[in-house]
Design a protein around this ligand. Structure first.
Ligand code: SF4
Length: 735
């Protein structure tokens, strides 16, 4: 059975064969993005299908505990709570939170469910934490946002690739197979695996102060203009705003950039020359951004500056060159096109566009005036839960915001304040543990559907196994809830193909037009990238070859102004970078349940330069408190002399007291509403030594149950309560 990996946006092609301890064995398929490769997450993905605590029956909170329930009872409790919240507070009293891992059909149906069945404007998703800055900058520059506007395979012809805040050696290793012939320039405050690779091959590692990437981009632009590496003809024919960006870059001569960022003036000049000379001589040049430069309150401006650099060099739309963003989550691209974002309708249409509302309402069979307007962004939505004027009920599909959303302590507090929390998931995530109703749903190998990978290519996900127990698909859950809320059953089909066909109709004529990408063409193996406006259309693997998507066909320079993303202080003198590791994925809800991956990365850690560790009284293997302005996280020290002495690194995949998002500073990008996820100011303090059991001793900052997954799963059927838990309500914390 041919399908794709359930994790990241590369969507490596796999083949599933019956057998093995999990019902299917997985192997790689030869496919343009992965060329027969998989990373360890892909190889071990079947283990999540049979996770020991896999949710197989609905759960309803009674007497403070989650207890097994029938679907009828669980859905009735959910629908009753939704009705009660709406009667008390109107349609916006109910909110929906989706995920970038949901299939296109689920994301589409979730948006429709929110706007039609609930009538709420309060819907957003965790892709806001991933892609929103790059999407906003791409829309502004090009008039359309598609992560890579060219096929991944085009990278194989590159002569020079600038990776700004991207570490594919850990986040999507098969991508490196496309970069073997390229000189790499890596911008990253850490000597990441990708940065090491660049140096081994004679490339460049630009190691600036965390949060200073925008100044580095302006410095590169300065040299490109000053040294004449820019493409005059391209700028004149295909862009607007050149003079503004030249003025903005003029103030960022390399020596000034070196003082501000720590990136040497000589390295800047060498990088600009590498890029400029390759472009001038006809070589392929790519500028790629990742979360390192995007997940900031200055993310849109920073990505805009790197797009400016690409435009100045004349790359976007040039055959064999380009700018792109390495999208993160499995359906991070499709998930932002079909309506689960607070301001969007299917087809990447704007919710505030009257023509878009009329078109989509006609597909949905409703009055355009009945559709709500744009709602709160993810961080603002989560922050408003249970407050005066905020939603009183929340439905979560495909997300674990207790771990993945910032600031973690505030998110958990707001979730506990709700009158109703409904979570649909495959495992009892930390968010599901707080729910009033938990709905067990299918996962990748148990369902049909489509995903859209980082290059805008639509892919088929196929069902190889029946789901276990009483598990239902998310589409069935949405249909059953919609019917209980008074919607006609036929308006919410649960057949993925029927939903996909409706999605195609809803997307028709929009920027992300799927009309011609039929189920049959996908099953026949055609490589179809959107837009594809008709059944005979070949799809659009490469955008911008003739024109950009703005009405005048020209790209816009952004001409961003620099401000540092974060400032340290005497009380918090270190930068904490927050990122990913190879063996875990996102909140870790799935990968922490895979034995091989859990063994490889079992706990939260903080990488520290040896001098910095010594100053804090810490040694390798010690437990440390990482103290930020608004929160504290615990982590095991890993001493690493490749780090900058002013910088530490923490992964964000771990729960409980080890949640890196406990440290996040409360700032949002003014355009994308991206939180300041990537960096914050901290200090390190020793924690007491490990206890005799070997278990880390808490400093008492959190009274959070089940810091490692879900030990209560053993007790769930007929559970009488955890030892010592008494009648405490685990969600609200009340007894
Ligand atoms: Fe899966 Fe991404 Fe790894 Fe490929 S690179 S196997 S899609 S996690």
């Amino acid at each position: 059975m041919d399908t794709h990996c359930p994790y990241c946006a590369l969507q490596c092609a796999t083949v599933l064969t019956p057998g093995g301890p999990h019902g299917v064995d997985v192997g790689p398929r030869d496919f343009p993005v992965n060329r027969g490769g998989l990373c360890r997450k892909g190889w071990t993905a079947p283990a999540v299908l049979t996770a020991p605590d896999r949710l197989t029956t609905p759960l309803v909170r009674e007497g403070g505990r989650l207890r097994p329930a029938s679907w009828e009872h669980a859905l009735s409790v959910a629908a009753g709570g939704i009705r009660a919240a709406r009667e008390a507070g109107g349609p916006d009293a109910v909110a929906v939170f989706g995920g970038g891992g949901l299939t296109n059909e689920k994301a589409y149906q979730l948006g429709k469910f929110a706007r039609v069945a609930l009538g709420t404007s309060q819907i957003d998703y965790n892709g806001r934490f991933c892609m929103s800055s790059a999407a906003a900058a791409g829309l502004r520059a090009f008039g359309v946002d598609r992560g890579l506007p060219f096929p991944v395979a085009d990278l194989s012809g590159a002569e020079v690739v600038l990776l700004a805040g991207a570490n594919p050696a850990e986040t999507m290793p098969p991508l490196l197979g496309h970069l073997t012939g390229a000189q790499l320039v890596v911008l990253d405050p850490r000597r990441s695996a990708t940065a090491r690779l660049a140096l081994e091959r004679g490339g460049v590692h630009l190691r600036g102060t965390p949060g200073s990437d925008l100044a580095v981009a302006l410095g590169l632009l300065h040299v490109v203009f000053a040294e004449g590496w820019w493409d005059r003809e391209y700028a004149a024919a295909r862009t607007t705003g050149l003079e503004r960006v030249r003025r903005a870059a003029a103030a960022w001569w390399p020596e000034r950039v070196e003082r501000v960022t720590g990136v040497g003036a000589a390295e800047l000049r060498r990088t600009a020359a590498l890029l400029g000379r390759a472009r001038r001589d006809g070589g392929g040049v790519y500028v790629l951004t990742g979360r390192g430069v995007e997940q900031h309150s200055t993310g849109t401006a920073t990505v805009g500056a790197f797009i400016d650099l690409a435009l100045a060099l004349g790359l976007p739309g040039r055959p064999g060159s380009g700018y792109g963003c390495l999208t993160g989550q499995g359906n991070g691209q499709g998930g932002r096109e079909h309506g689960q974002k607070s301001d969007q309708l299917p087809g990447y249409r704007r919710l505030d566009d009257p023509a878009a509302r009329a078109h989509v309402a006609s597909v949905w069979g409703v009055d355009p005036a009945s559709l709500p307007g744009p709602g709160r962004s993810a961080t603002e939505l989560l922050d408003s839960l249970g407050t005066d004027g905020g939603p009183r009920a929340l439905l979560v599909f495909g997300s674990n915001p207790v771990v993945s959303a910032p600031p973690a302590h505030r998110v958990e507090e707001r979730l506990r304040a709700l009158d109703l929390l409904v979570v649909a998931d495959v495992v009892p995530s930390e968010t599901a543990l707080l729910a009033d109703v938990v709905l067990p749903v299918t996962q990748w190998a148990e369902e049909e559907g489509t995903m859209t990978n980082l290059e805008g290519r639509v892919l088929r996900r196929r069902r190889a196994l029946p789901p276990p127990g009483a598990v239902r698909s998310d589409l069935e859950v949405l249909r059953d809830l919609a019917v209980r809320l008074g919607q006609p059953r036929e308006r919410f089909p649960a057949d993925p193909r029927a939903v996909y066909d409706e999605l195609r109709a809803a997307s028709a004529g929009g920027p992300a037009d799927y009309r011609g990408i039929t189920w049959e063409r996908l099953d026949a193996g055609e490589a179809l990238h959107w837009p594809c406006p008709g059944p005979a259309h070949p799809g659009t693997p490469r955008l911008f070859t003739d024109r950009f998507a703005h009405p005048d066909g020209r790209a816009r320079f952004a001409a961003a102004e620099y401000s540092p993303a974060v400032r340290t202080s005497p009380a918090h003198p270190l930068y904490a970078l927050i990122g990913r590791v190879l063996a875990q994925y996102q909140s870790g809800a799935q990968t922490r349940r895979v034995p091989e991956l859990a063994a490889a990365e079992p706990e939260g850690f903080v990488e520290v330069h040896p001098d910095t560790a010594a100053r804090a009284g810490l040694a390798d293997g010690d437990r440390a408190r990482v103290v930020a302005r608004d929160g504290t996280a615990l982590a095991t020290v890993r001493v690493d002399d490749t780090l900058r002495p002013d910088t530490v690194f923490l992964p964000f995949h771990f729960p409980g007291e080890e949640r890196a998002n406990l440290l996040t500073e409360p700032r949002l990008d003014p355009v994308s509403r991206m939180p300041e996820l990537k960096v914050c100011a901290v200090r390190l303090e020793p924690l007491r030594a490990r206890g005799p059991s070997g278990a880390p001793e808490s400093a008492g900052a959190w009274d959070f149950p089940d810091a490692r997954g879900f030990p209560d799963a053993r007790e769930l059927p007929g559970a009488a309560g955890r030892p010592g838990a008494g009648a405490r309500d685990e969600r609200t914390g009340r007894t």
